[in-house]
Design a protein around this ligand. Structure first.
Ligand SMILES: C[S@@+](CC[C@H](N)C(=O)[O-])C[C@H]1O[C@@H](n2cnc3c(N)ncnc32)[C@H](O)[C@@H]1O
Length: 270
């Protein structure tokens, strides 16, 4: 493996003796294979400039038996023959999901610099709980941006559920003079075509959202999935660390990031 620079060596990132068993890396990025609940406790204090993430929503219904379905059953309309791998961590009930969220959010805050922004994707069902968890963990909740997906299943006599939300905040006061411009409050992008993850976010959406971080900053995505945040970050001049627990997505995401960045580099060299 290539030696890392820019604060991305394991020694610079993590406390001694807490390294993950497996990780993938390239210039300015790393994806760690493991459980966020354990790994975020292992980071050195005050190293990240932002947390941008899309946690498992543990949603997909109002009753527990609906939430206990697989992630494909809950979040995908693909036929069984074309189904993507299911992912872990999405079957918690309301109380345990909120507690779990608060726990990793508490630990991840210690790994962030003062004033660091945080962005959390969520749907309407988990919106009240995620804003509770964020604040219990000591973050300041500062607002909510909207991801307008454009279309969704029409519901007679009801509003379409065509949006997801980006709950955002900061680790204490957030200076107004950070070198970050005014950002939009609504992002309009359809779901990605040809996705490799059941709940993959559009790459351009993530490129837009991470602009909340100071230029060149070190971004953490503790639920990396197909690596969309990590890829968007490195493509736009940031450095990024992802964590992913599901074996298949650790592999798919790391390979995707590596292949896309190599292709981009080859284009630049032409
Ligand atoms: C909603 S998906 C993220 C999708 C991602 N934004 C993308 O565009 O591909 C959440 C991911 O978190 C992972 N995950 C769930 N529990 C985890 C845990 N405890 N530690 C690390 N990753 C976890 C799942 O395997 C899943 O891939």
């Amino acid at each position: 493996m290539m030696p890392m620079t820019n604060g991305l060596s394991l020694e610079e990132l993590m406390k001694e003796g807490t390294y993950p068993e497996e990780y993938a890396e390239g210039e300015n990025w790393k994806i760690l294979h493991g459980d966020t609940l354990k790994l975020v406790k292992a980071f050195q204090p005050g190293i990240f400039d932002a947390v941008i993430t899309d946690p498992p929503y543990a949603s997909g219904g109002t009753k527990q038996n609906e939430r206990n379905r697989t992630t494909n059953q809950k979040y995908s309309s693909m036929s069984a023959a074309n189904a993507l791998p299911d992912f872990d961590g999405d079957n918690k009930d309301q109380r345990s999901w909120t507690h779990w969220m608060a726990e990793w959010l508490y630990d991840v805050r210690k790994a962030c610099k003062k004033g660091a922004p945080i962005c959390l994707f969520i749907d309407w069902r988990q919106y009240p709980s995620i804003t509770d968890a964020l604040q219990w963990a000591g973050w300041i909740w500062r607002g909510t941006a909207v991801w307008d997906k454009g279309n969704s299943r029409p519901q007679k006599g009801r509003f379409r559920q065509q949006a997801e939300y980006i709950v955002w905040g900061s680790n204490g006061p957030m200076p107004i003079n950070r070198p970050v411009s005014c950002l939009p409050g609504v992002f309009r992008y359809g779901n990605p075509q040809n996705r490799i993850h059941v709940t993959e976010k559009p790459l351009q959406l993530m490129k837009d959202v991470i602009q909340i971080c100071e230029p060149g900053g070190l971004i953490l995505d503790p639920f990396a999935g197909a690596g969309t945040t990590v890829l968007a970050a490195v493509m736009t001049g940031y450095r990024a660390v992802g964590i992913e627990v599901t074996d298949s997505y650790y592999k798919l995401g790391s390979d995707r990031v590596r292949i896309a960045l190599e292709a981009e580099q080859k284009e630049d060299e032409k």
